[in-house]
Design a protein around this ligand. Structure first.
Ligand SMILES: Nc1ncnc2c1ncn2[C@@H]1O[C@H](COP(=O)(O)OP(=O)(O)OP(=O)(O)O)[C@@H](O)[C@H]1O
Length: 885
C-alpha cells in the first residue's frame, strides 16, 4: 500500500505555493496539448503531401491515413472538452544507479545512485508525468508516460518503506485543458529535495483519500491516479496462465481486474486481438463498470457481459428461487440435459405444424402424446411416412422392378425421372397423390418405402432401435442425423433382403448404392427424416423439460421427485402460452429465461451441436489500423460509437484470448462450464471473495472451476485493504462475516468517517402482514429520503429478493439517485449510502443467506442504515439479532 503509508504534508504549503505548483503543471499540460496539435498537423501535412504527389501508396493505405487525420481531429476536439484528467500524475525521481533510458525515454533504474542522497539532501534528477496515453516531444523525450508503461510503475509501487528513486508522487486533477489541483505524497519525508535549486513542496492531503472521499455516481470510475502497490502487482502480473485474486469487499478486485485488461492490451495488443471477455454476475454490475475501460483508452476488444447474457440471444434478468437455482446450477444437470436432449428427439419437430410435415403423409399424432404414447400408437396407420395406397400405386405403376436380374428400367418406364444406371436395381419411393394431412406433432412412427417392387416398412420398434443405435456415444445429437440416416438405410436394405440376392459383392455394392440414392432423393424420405430426427434447439429441449412426467423419466437417479417438480415448474416459464405439454413446448420455448437457464442453454448447445453456419469474417480492430495516433481516442468517442461494435464483437466470439471473471465465488458449476468454454485457449484473471458467495455448495463449484481453468499454472494474490467502507461500517459487517465464515479475516478499512451505522425499526411483532408491509414501506421511504439528504451521490436500498418489485414501487417517487435492489443484485455495486432492509429476511432466503447479507452490508462508502422488522428481533436500540455482539 503506497498512499496509505505515505507521508503527505498536512497542507502546510501556503496558497501561493499551491498556486505556483498548479501553474507549473498548467504549463506542462499546455505543452502536451501543443504537441498533440503538432502531431495532427503532421498527419494533415502527410495527407496533403500524398494528395499532391498523386497516388502514393495503395488506395487502402491512403484511405487509412485520411481516416487517421479525421479521427485525430475529432479526438483532439473531444480531448479539449471531455477528458477530465488526461494527465493525472507525476513522479519526481532521484538519479538512478545506471544512466540507461528505456524506449519511453525515461531512466530505467529502479534504485537510486549511490550518493544521490547526502545528509538527507538530494537533487531531483528526473520528473515524469503520467497520463492515460504516452506523448513524446519532437526530440522523443517523454512529455507524458502511459500509465501502463514500465516507467510509470514507480508511480504506483513506491512506498515510504520501499521508495526506490521516488521522492514525491503527485496526483494532478484537471478538466479539459485546465489544471484544477494537485495532491502530493512524499515517499522520503526525511529528505529535503530540490528541483532546479528550489525546494520541492508537498501539497494536499494525499491522493487516495481525495479519491475515496468523492461522491459516487451510478458508474464506476477508474482508479488510475491512485492505484495502490498491492493492486499494481496484480494489474501488471505476467499474462501467462491464470491470475487468481482474492480479497474482501471493497478491496478493488473489480477495479483491478478492469485495469488489468487495459494493461494486457497495452502490453500485447496483437495477442489480445482475440478479445478479452469480462464476465460479470449481473447486468447492473455490467452497467456500473462498463465505462471504466473506455476511460482507460480501451474498449474495442473487451466485451463485458453478464452471466445471463453470455449466450447470444439470451438476455436473462430473472432469478430463480434459491432451491431451483441450486438444482439448475448443479453439475448433475450435465447428465440430465444429455438425457433430455436424446429424449426430446422423440417429441415433435420444432416446425411440426410446418409444410414439411404436411407434405409427408400420415405423420399425424396426437399433439399431447409423449414418447410412450407415440410408440404404442404405432401401427394404427397414422404414423406412416408414405401412405400405403400410394405405395401400392407406385409399385403397380411399375416404377420399380428391382428384379432378380438386377436391371432397373425405371427411367424407361418413366419412373419419376430418376437417373437410370444400368446394372443397378432401382428401388423407388412413389410420389403419391396425398391429401394434405392436418398439422400435427409427434415423430412419425412408421417408415414405408417401395423398392424392388415391394413395400419395405420399418415399424415403431424398429425405428426405435435404429434411433438408439444412432444415439450411441456422446456425439452432438443434431450432428448425428447423417448417421441416423445411414442406419435407416441399412435397416431398410436389410429388411428388403436384397443383399442376399447378390453373390457378387461388386454387384451388391452397386445395387446398394442405387438403393440409397433413390431413397434419399425422395422428398418423402427427407420429410420423414426431418420429422423423425428434427434439428433440436436448446430452448426447445429446455421447454420440453417443463413436462414433469417426461422430466421425471429423464431425471431418474439424478434428481429426486421434489427436485423434478420444482425444476419442471420453473421451466414452464419458457412456454409463453402457458400450455405446458411437452410437445407444444418443443416448438416454443421462447418465454423469459432465468439467469441460471442460460448456462443450461449453453450446455445444450454443446450437447445438440450447432448447425453449420458460414464463418463470418472477423472485424478489423480500428486500433490496429491507427498507427501513431491511436492513443488519441476519448471516452465519448469510445462509448457511443463503441457500444454497437462491442456488442457485435461479443456476438461473434465464443472463444477469447483472455477471460476475466468477476465475483468468481458466485459461479455455479454449470456457469463455470459455460464460461470455461469461452476461454479454452485463453489466459485468465479470476477475482472473487469466498465470503461473499451466494452459491450453497462451494466444493462443487471449486471442482467445476478447476475443470474450467484446467491444468494451467496459477498465480495467486490477496488484496487486504478495504477502500470502500469506512471502518465504522466494516466493523458492523465483520459481525456477520464471523457468523457466515467463522475465522475468516476482514480486510482492513483504509479510513474512518466517525459516522456510526444507524438502526431503525419498522414493524413490531404481532402486526397483521398487510399493516406490517405498509409500516415497512413507510419506514423505507422515510429513511431513504433521509439518506438522500445526507449524501450528495447515490443511495442503494437492499431488500430480500422477494421484496424487490415491492421496494421499487415504494421508492419510485424519490428520483434516480436512489435504487432498490434485491440482495443478489447488490453484488459488486456501491453507493454513498445504503439502507439494508430486514437482515433476517435476507439471511433466511437461502442457505448462503448470511454471506448475501454480508454483501449487502458492505456496499456503502459513507453511511449505512439497517432497518429491522419484527422478524429481525431488534433490541431496544433497534439493533437486530444478527448484528449484535
Ligand atoms: N487504489 C484505489 N484508489 C481509489 N479508489 C479505489 C482504489 N481501489 C479501490 N478503490 C475504490 O474502492 C471501491 C471498491 O472497489 P471494487 O468495487 O473494485 O472492490 P471489490 O473488491 O470488487 O469489491 P466487492 O468484492 O465488494 O465487489 C471502488 O469505488 C473503487 O473505485
Amino acid at each position: 500500500m503506497a498512499a496509505q503509508n505515505a507521508t503527505h504534508a498536512p497542507d502546510h504549503a501556503s496558497d501561493s505555493v499551491r498556486d505556483r505548483e498548479i501553474e507549473a503543471e498548467q504549463t506542462h499540460l499546455d505543452r502536451v496539448y501543443r504537441r498533440l496539435e503538432e502531431k495532427i498537423h503532421e498527419a494533415e501535412f502527410l495527407m496533403d503531401d500524398a494528395a499532391k504527389r498523386g497516388q502514393v501508396g495503395t488506395p487502402g493505405a491512403l484511405a487509412e491515413r485520411d481516416a487517421q487525420v479525421f479521427q485525430a481531429g475529432v479526438h483532439l476536439h473531444r480531448l479539449n472538452s471531455e477528458y477530465e484528467d488526461f494527465l493525472f500524475g507525476r513522479i519526481d525521481l532521484l538519479l538512478g544507479k545506471d544512466g540507461k533510458k528505456g524506449p519511453d525515454g525515461a531512466y530505467t533504474s529502479v534504485e537510486p545512485a549511490d550518493g544521490a542522497i547526502e545528509d538527507n539532501r538530494a537533487e531531483i534528477a528526473e520528473t515524469l508525468h503520467i497520463g492515460r496515453l504516452g506523448v513524446l516531444d519532437a526530440d522523443y523525450a517523454p512529455l507524458v508516460i502511459d500509465w501502463r508503461a514500465p516507467a510509470a510503475a514507480p508511480f504506483y509501487r513506491a512506498t515510504p518503506v520501499a521508495p526506490g528513486r521516488v521522492v514525491r508522487r503527485r496526483v494532478i486533477r484537471s478538466k479539459g485543458r485546465k489544471v484544477l489541483g494537485v495532491e502530493d505524497d512524499l515517499m522520503r519525508p526525511e529528505v529535503t529535495a530540490t528541483l532546479d535549486g528550489a525546494e520541492l513542496p508537498a501539497i494536499g492531503d494525499g491522493a487516495l483519500m481525495a479519491a475515496l472521499g468523492r461522491a459516487r455516481s451510478h458508474t464506476m470510475r477508474d482508479i488510475v491516479a491512485s492505484i495502490q502497490a498491492e493492486q499494481d502487482m496484480v494489474i501488471r502480473a505476467p499474462a501467462a496462465s491464470v491470475t487468481e485474486v482474492e480479497g474482501g469487499p471493497g478491496t478493488g478486485k473489480t477495479a483491478v481486474a478492469l485495469h488489468r485488461a487495459a494493461y494486457l492490451l497495452y502490453q500485447d495488443r496483437r495477442r489480445y486481438a482475440g478479445g478479452i471477455l469480462v464476465v460479470s454476475p449481473t447486468p447492473l454490475l455490467v452497467a456500473y463498470t462498463e465505462g471504466v475501460l473506455p476511460s482507460l483508452g480501451e474498449e474495442g476488444q473487451v466485451a463485458i457481459r453478464a452471466l445471463g447474457s453470455l449466450v447470444d440471444g439470451a438476455e436473462a434478468t430473472a432469478y430463480d428461487p434459491p432451491e431451483v437455482a441450486r438444482i439448475k446450477g448443479s453439475s448433475r444437470m450435465q447428465k440430465l440435459l444429455r438425457k433430455a436432449a436424446r429424449g426430446a428427439l422423440e417429441l415433435a419437430a420444432p416446425d411440426a405444424a410446418g409444410p414439411a410435415r404436411e407434405a409427408g403423409p400420415g405423420t399425424g399424432q396426437d399433439a399431447q402424446l409423449s414418447l410412450e404414447d407415440l410408440i404404442t400408437a404405432a401401427g394404427d396407420g397414422t404414423g406412416d411416412c408414405t401412405g400405403g395406397d400410394a405405395a401400392d400405386n407406385g409399385a403397380k405403376n411399375g416404377v420399380t422392378n428391382g428384379a432378380k436380374n438386377g436391371v432397373t428400367n425405371s427411367a424407361k418406364n418413366g419412373g419419376q425421372g430418376r437417373r437410370a444406371r444400368s446394372g443397378t436395381p432401382r428401388p423407388t419411393m412413389p410420389t403419391p397423390p396425398t391429401p394434405p394431412t392436418p398439422p400435427a406433432a409427434g415423430p412419425p412412427t412408421r417408415l414405408r418405402v417401395v423398392a424392388f417392387g415391394g413395400r419395405i416398412e420399418l415399424d415403431a420398434d424398429e425405428l426405435h432401435r435404429v434411433r438408439q443405435a444412432a444415439l450411441g456415444g456422446t456425439a452432438p445429437v443434431n450432428l448425428l442425423r447423417p448417421r441416423a440416416r445411414r442406419l435407416l438405410l441399412d435397416a431398410l436394405w436389410n429388411k428388403s433382403g436384397a443383399g442376399r440376392r447378390y453373390t457378387d459383392p461388386e454387384l451388391a455394392a452397386e445395387a446398394r448404392q442405387g438403393f440409397d440414392e433413390d431413397i434419399t432423393t425422395e422428398p418423402e424420405f427427407l420429410e420423414f427424416l426431418d420429422a423423425w430426427w428434427p434439428e433440436l434447439t436448446p430452448r426447445g429441449v429446455l421447454a420440453a423439460m417443463a413436462d414433469e412426467r417426461l422430466l421425471g423419466r429423464w431425471a431418474r437417479r439424478i434428481l429426486n421427485p421434489r427436485e423434478v417438480r420444482q425444476l419442471a415448474r420453473s421451466l414452464r416459464r419458457l412456454d409463453e402460452g402457458g400450455t405446458s405439454h411437452a410437445v407444444k413446448a418443443m416448438g416454443d420455448g421462447h418465454g423469459p429465461l432465468s439467469v441460471h437457464d442460460v448456462a443450461l442453454l449453453d450446455e445444450l448447445q454443446l450437447i445438440l451441436g450447432a448447425p453449420m453456419r458460414p464463418a463470418k469474417p472477423r472485424e478489423v480492430d480500428p486500433l490496429d489500423q491507427l498507427t501513431g495516433l491511436e492513443e488519441l481516442s476519448t471516452f465519448a468517442d469510445r462509448t457511443s460509437a463503441g457500444r454497437g461494435r462491442r456488442e457485435r464483437l461479443a456476438e461473434e466470439r465464443t472463444d477469447y484470448a483472455h477471460v476475466i471473471v468477476d465475483e468468481a465465488q458466485d459461479l455455479t458449476p454449470m456457469q463455470w462450464r459455460m464460461v470455461g468454454r469461452r476461454g479454452r485457449h485463453a489466459t485468465w484473471t479470476v477475482v472473487g471473495d469466498p465470503a461473499q458467495s451466494s452459491w450453497s455448495d462451494p466444493d462443487e463449484a471449486a471442482l467445476a472451476r478447476d475443470e474450467a481453468l484446467g491444468a494451467r499454472p496459477r498465480r495467486r494474490f490477496t488484496l487486504t485493504v478495504n477502500y470502500r467502507n469506512p471502518a465504522e461500517i466494516a466493523e458492523l459487517a465483520a459481525k456477520v462475516l464471523a457468523l457466515a465464515m467463522p475465522g475468516m479475516a476482514s480486510p482492513q478499512a483504509v479510513r474512518s468517517t466517525g459516522v456510526e451505522p444507524r438502526f431503525t425499526v419498522a414493524a413490531l411483532d404481532g402486526e397483521r402482514a398487510a399493516a406490517a408491509d405498509e409500516a415497512l414501506a413507510r419506514a423505507t421511504v422515510d429513511e431513504a429520503g433521509r439518506l438522500l439528504d445526507e449524501v450528495d451521490g447515490t443511495v442503494g436500498v437492499v431488500v430480500a429478493m422477494k421484496r424487490r418489485e415491492q421496494a421499487r414501487r415504494w421508492l419510485a417517487g424519490l428520483g434516480d439517485r436512489v435504487v432498490a435492489l434485491g440482495s443478489l443484485e447488490a453484488k459488486g455495486l456501491e453507493y454513498d449510502a445504503t439502507l439494508v432492509v430486514s437482515p433476517a429476511e435476507i439471511a433466511d432466503e437461502s442457505p448462503a443467506g448470511l454471506r448475501v447479507l454480508y454483501v449487502a452490508l458492505t456496499r456503502a462508502t459513507q453511511q449505512l442504515t439497517v432497518l429491522s422488522t419484527g422478524s429481525d428481533e431488534p433490541d431496544p436500540d433497534g439493533v437486530p439479532d444478527l448484528l449484535r455482539d
